[in-house]
Design a protein around this ligand. Structure first.
Ligand code: UMA
Length: 433
């Protein structure tokens, strides 16, 4: 352990990342102060021994070394968190759990994955291939496992495979990633970044501290972008069209060719053979809520793609099936569903739910797509979709792929997906009664 021994660290946000950072860093001997704007956390110190819960107006800023922000805390937009002003005034370094964790493991191999869609699948796939090859691999980050929940192993034989969001990358300063991937880019999180150029700039921090022999992979589709062109001699492009794997491997479970090809490139970079890679691809199982196969009811095959929180992600799902009954809606992203316009030929009917339903109905009218129906809940939409399937002479794919955030009805996409799975189970059980 080097730079951060026995520091005074102030952690704001007591979610998954804040709590695990507070626990791990206090166990390492640092002085930890914590805070969360949500009053329900004010007695959290009782569970976090040695961590003092204190408001940012009352803490001694001059004595602090770090302000650690949870990824969900805005640094600029829509409105910078008030603690940031204090940190700037008192020259306290503003950072993120990822950076502090990586300070502790400088000898380990760090592989980082970002992009708008497919990050979790690519992260899980790389982890699966590495484990299959016998490597000591751990995955974490935006995928849901905060880095400070992972074991701290500072040696060359350890591989950390990290999914990183633009919120996390925004606060990266010195962390170096030995292999880094930018999978793709489409409109998302503009409430936090303001515009696409800022969003891309945050994502490109994944390459900022790389050295000559590190692997820097970017999707070739982005090669015309000005910011990316300026990096051209330091990066390699991968193309989603160059897929070379045995034909008996079902590629739908990888979400997209981008995920699959970039994961294979990383595995090859770390000397994993084709034989091992292909074996691992065969045994890989898709993650929950990402084109997750649930089963069949009567004439319908049902998939849960609750993780599709933007239209680009839903578009990826639509190209994989035919005769689709699509459940769409929630809290719309600023770009709405315009990227679905040319991908509705496989969609037989759409059931609209949530806050976005009227807005999406208008968009569908503009696309001249008429076979849509509004539903008051996910439950009603699913019932209507099952009914549609019953009356169809061909097999139907019922797909929950909402192209929206979930906050109007659920806490997050996981809760939305779990509710859908529960509905599936109830109807399935009903069928077999
Ligand atoms: N809070 C404040 N003040 C604020 C805002 C939030 O005190 O102004 C508090 C909340 O009251 C809450 C805590 O901060 O108690 C939540 O912090 P958080 O939103 O950063 O959530 P965590 O539970 O720490 O989860 C974070 C990531 N969340 C976000 O980026 C929003 C998780 O990504 C990540 O899995 C986890 O760290 C572990 O690394 C989730 C996500 O939605 C999956 N990511 C976005 C995405 O994928 O699109 C980027």
């Amino acid at each position: 352990m080097t730079a951060i021994k026995y520091k005074n660290i102030y952690i704001i946000g007591m979610g998954v990342s804040g709590i695990s950072a507070a626990k791990a860093l206090s166990e390492l001997g640092h002085n930890i102060y914590i805070y969360d704007d949500n009053k329900k956390f004010s007695d959290i110190s009782e569970n976090l021994s040695n961590c003092e819960f204190i408001h940012y107006d009352n803490i001694k800023w001059d004595a602090l070394d770090y302000l650690v922000l949870s990824p969900g805390i805005p640094t600029k937009l829509p409105k910078a968190h008030p603690a940031i002003k204090y940190a700037v005034k008192h020259k306290v370094k503003i950072t993120i759990d990822i950076e502090l964790f990586l300070n502790l493991v400088p000898k380990a191999n760090i592989i980082a994955i970002t992009g708008t869609n497919g990050k979790s699948t690519t992260t899980a796939l790389i982890n699966h291939i590495f484990k299959h090859n016998g490597y000591d691999a751990f995955m974490g980050g935006n995928i849901g496992e905060a880095v400070f929940k992972l074991p701290i192993k500072n040696n060359k034989k350890t591989y950390y495979i990290l999914e990183l969001s633009s919120f996390q990358l925004e606060l990266i300063d010195k962390a170096r990633f030995n292999a880094a991937i930018l999978l793709n880019l489409s409109e998302d999180h503009l409430d936090r970044h303001g515009n696409m150029s800022n969003y891309l700039e945050a994502k490109l921090k994944i390459f900022a501290n790389q050295k000559e022999n590190d692997l820097s992979l970017i999707n070739k589709d982005l090669s015309d972008n000005k910011l990316i062109k300026s990096l051209a001699n330091q990066i390699s492009f991968f193309s989603a069209n160059n897929l070379d794997i045995p034909s008996d491997i079902n590629i739908a479970k990888f979400g997209s060719n981008e995920n699959l090809i970039s994961a294979i490139e990383v595995a090859k970079f770390y000397n994993i053979t084709h034989l091992i890679i292909n074996e691992a691809l065969k045994t890989y199982k898709s993650l929950p809520h990402r084109l997750e196969y649930l089963g069949e009811i009567n004439n319908a095959v049902i998939y849960n793609d609750s993780k599709a929180t933007n239209a680009e992600s839903t578009k990826n799902a639509l190209v994989k099936f035919s005769n689709i009954c699509l459940i769409l809606g929630g809290v719309a992203k600023s770009s709405g569903i315009k990227s679905l316009k040319n991908h509705l030929k496989n969609v037989s009917s759409i059931f609209l739910i949530g806050e976005a339903k009227n807005e999406f109905a208008k968009e569908l009218d503009q696309f001249n797509y008429q076979n849509y129906h509004k539903a008051s809940s996910l439950d009603e939409a699913f019932k209507k979709a099952l009914n549609f399937a019953k009356n169809s002479s061909e097999k139907v794919t019922i797909l929950l792929s909402p192209a929206c955030a979930s906050f109007d009805m659920w806490q997050n996409f996981v809760e939305r997906g779990n509710n859908f799975k529960k509905l599936f189970k109830e109807h399935k059980d009903g069928e077999t009664l």
